[in-house]
Every structure is written in C-alpha cells, then in structure tokens.
Design a protein around this ligand. Structure first.
Ligand code: GLN
Length: 204
C-alpha cells in the first residue's frame, strides 16, 4: 500500500525531512511519493504530514494568509498522522509561550494538547546534541539535535510523554500526532518517520 507523505513547505528546513522519509520508506518497504505541502489541495491529498523546524510565527502567519489553517485543523484533528519538529511542534500546540516575553498569541493549529515554551534552553545552550531515550520501539538510544528548541511545559490528558531531557519533556504523542523539540531529520535516525509512515499505512 502506497503512502503519500507531505512536508509542510511554506517555510522551514524541508530537504532533510524528504530525505529522512526516503530512508524510512526503504527501511519499512512503504512506497509512494513525498510532496511539498503548500496549498489546501496538498493538505487534502496527503496520507501523512511532517511540519519542519523553522520559525513558528512565520509558519503560522503564512498558513493563515494562504488559508491553510482550517484544512490543517480538519485533517490533523480527523486523524492524519502528523509529525511536528521544533517550530513544527510549536505550530501544532494548543498554546505557546516564550521564555522571555511570556504568552505569544501566535497562530497555531492547536491539535496537540500541550503548552510549549519557545527558545526554552536560552542563549547559553542554543544548539547542542545529546543522547535521548525515546519511548517508542527502537528508541532506546536516540541522538537528540536541539536548535533554539522549545520544551513542553504541560500536557493534557490524552498526551503521552515520549522523551525527557533532564526534567523537561522534549517529545510527545497524542494519538496520530507526534511532536519533538529536537530535529530527528538531522539525527541520522529515521525512527519517527518509520512510525509516521506505519501509522499512515495502518489507516488505509
Ligand atoms: N525558535 C524557533 C521558534 O520558536 C524554533 C527553532 C527551530 O525550529 N529550530 O519558532
């Protein structure tokens, strides 16, 4: 069964996600094409969606201007397997705050019942790599690449914590929606993409 995977392509680092999806397809044997998602038609077409890192305020603003928000909410709320990484997780979150300026009131999809704190590691630790343990089959040793990363401050009842760094929650899952504070596309480990494609295939 083929799976059409989409990478949200209005802003952010898309290339690495496309190549991680290709590797995950080779490992799982799940065929199909991967496309850039830039329009409502694209949102309607995909069986799985990746929302990359970038700048969440820009991504939210462009999604609103292009009229994508209602269809993103409808599809993701309706069970579309979705992975949001870093700014992508912020865009999925019900609520975002900034470590310095507090509540940001930015446009968001709101499909992930969490409160995130942007730029949570501050200037001293803007970018770093560290080993994580992710609570998914095969996730015992996962290289976490953090770039101006958020953390998850609180989770709603249906949300499962998948990874912590120190005391902070850095990966979550709510049914069909995964969120990571780190960048799995830069880790050389395609675990999240394999799970995403697997969920999409299961739903067909
Ligand atoms: N700091 C960015 C934001 O708040 C996220 C950074 C990233 O995606 N690497 O949107």
């Amino acid at each position: 069964m083929n799976v059409t995977a989409g990478v949200f392509g209005l802003q952010g680092d898309v290339e690495e996600h496309l190549s991680a999806l290709e590797t995950a397809r080779a490992r799982t044997g799940i065929g199909g094409e991967s496309i850039l998602v830039k329009s409502v038609e694209d949102v309607k077409r995909v069986d799985a969606l990746v929302i990359p890192g970038g700048e969440s305020t820009v991504m939210g603003g462009l999604s609103s201007v292009k009229g994508l928000m209602p269809s993103l909410r409808e599809r993701i709320g309706g069970g579309l397997p979705t992975l949001g990484t870093c700014a992508g997780m912020i865009l999925l979150a019900k609520k975002a705050q900034d470590r310095v300026v507090g509540e940001t009131r930015q446009a968001s999809i709101g499909a992930l019942d969490v409160v995130v704190e942007r730029n949570s590691f501050g200037r001293q630790r803007e970018s770093f790599e560290t080993q994580l343990s992710v609570a998914l089959p095969g996730g015992e040793r996962f290289p976490g690449v953090f770039i101006r990363a958020p953390t998850v401050k609180s989770v709603g009842p249906g949300v499962k914590e998948l990874a912590r760094l120190g005391g902070a929650v850095v990966a979550v899952q709510q049914g069909n929606v995964f969120g990571t504070a780190f960048h799995p596309e830069l880790s050389g480990n395609t675990l999240f993409y394999e799970h995403l494609l697997g969920l999409a295939r299961g739903g067909k």
